[in-house]
Design a protein around this ligand. Structure first.
Ligand SMILES: C[S@@+](CC[C@H](N)C(=O)[O-])C[C@H]1O[C@@H](n2cnc3c(N)ncnc32)[C@H](O)[C@@H]1O
Length: 363
């Protein structure tokens, strides 16, 4: 089966940026609700063809098969099974569109009671031929590479949209593109979620015992995630760090502004992260001071760019270009599901170069 429509989900507030980017790429805007958009493509595409939109604000995307409505979850579920007829799928992902901007009214994007109830109805009403969609599921229902996923987006309680995507990239494994923590953690701050999600998204070869410097570490949520991954962390921030992090044996607090630290002190560090409440260009100036210094050989950087104004989204390619100019050719940008009005920018040196440096340093 072919489809001429695609769906996109995103954080509330990013819709206009996505609209602009995708229309520039030749797609025609069709329909939207906050956090959910559909577009018409110039040509019909096979339903499960790979889809690369290359837009940092797109949290999840796929081909669109229309919507179902009905009086009850059961009716909508039956209508969905009817609509997908005999199209083969390996897995089912069900999730809601966001209700508020991230952080507004303490809202955290992710699955909710409505999407869980919709999924339960789909399970109860599924024809026997669909039993494969409910077998061998891990806790978080992560898809595997090359799986064909049937997507059901609860756009309104009584209006579900149907989609399909083929898993050929890491984040497409996560239902709705949401990263979910493994269990309950007593977080020092929400930055714990942001950093944990960034580490899961990038899946970089970070090893226990490696060293990371964090610019803007207080109160310590991101450091908590870095420490949990086994890294040794030096946090730079004039503000106070939570005692649970401050007293961690692998954490060192450098109670200064990043501009006041000696750049040569970071020769033994492999990774750098930054989450400072500064404008993106200023944050990049601070990072550049350390990573571009000839004494240092930071392998990869994970940076939060605060978009005080959504218009700064246009500058993301420039930010990435600047990071690339420091010697990080593998560049990524994504508005993580736990980011607020901000994006995560990341740059990595080629692996072989990193290994050579590690060997030279261990001699
Ligand atoms: C959003 S908070 C960081 C949250 C933190 N990453 C966490 O995990 O909890 C921003 C921090 O940036 C710090 N900051 C701002 N400018 C800075 C600078 N030039 N050097 C170091 N820290 C800075 C602030 O003191 C503040 O604690």
């Amino acid at each position: 089966m072919d489809s001429q429509f695609i769906f996109v989900t995103c954080q509330i507030g990013s819709e206009q940026i996505i609209k602009k980017n995708l229309v520039e790429k030749g797609l025609r805007f069709a329909f939207s609700r906050p956090g959910f958009l559909t577009f018409k493509t110039p040509h019909s595409q096979p339903l499960l063809d790979s889809l690369e939109l290359n837009d940092p604000f797109v949290r999840s995307a796929g081909r669109c098969l229309g919507k179902v409505q009905g009086e009850s979850d059961e009716q909508r579920a039956l209508a969905l099974w009817n609509q997908v007829a005999d199209i083969p799928f390996d897995r089912l992902h069900v999730w809601p569109r966001d209700r508020f901007a991230a952080g507004q009214h303490h809202f955290n994007p992710g699955l909710n009671d409505g999407s869980r109830a919709a999924e339960a109805s789909l399970r109860q009403t599924a024809p026997a031929t669909r039993s494969n969609l409910f077998e061998n599921r891990c806790d978080k229902n992560l898809a595997r590479r090359n799986e064909r996923v049937l997507d059901c987006i609860v756009v309104e309680a009584d209006e579900w949209w149907i989609g399909a995507h083929f898993v050929d990239r890491w984040v497409q494994r996560w239902p709705g593109g949401f990263w979910q923590p493994a269990g309950e953690v007593e977080m020092v701050s929400r930055a714990y979620l942001k950093m944990s999600e960034a580490l899961a998204w990038l899946a970089w070869p970070i090893k226990a015992g490696q060293r990371c410097v964090e610019l803007g570490c207080a109160p310590g949520g991101a450091s908590q995630a870095l420490l949990a991954s086994g890294m040794r962390v030096a946090g730079i921030d004039p503000a106070q760090v939570d005692p649970r992090i401050e007293t961690h044996p692998e954490f060192q607090h450098i109670r200064k502004r990043s501009g006041d630290v000696r750049v040569r002190d970071f020769q033994e560090f492999q990774w750098l992260t930054a989450d400072m409440n500064l404008a993106p260009e200023k944050m990049l100036d601070e990072v550049e001071r350390i990573v571009a210094h000839q004494a240092n050989r930071i392998w990869g950087v994970i940076l939060t760019a605060k978009l005080q104004d959504w218009n700064l989204a246009d500058r993301i390619p420039n930010y990435l270009e600047r990071i690339g100019s420091w010697g990080y050719p593998r560049l990524r940008a994504r508005q993580l599901s736990h980011n607020r009005q901000e994006v995560c920018l990341a740059g990595l040196r080629p692996q072989r170069k990193n290994r050579r440096l590690a060997i030279r340093r261990s001699r």
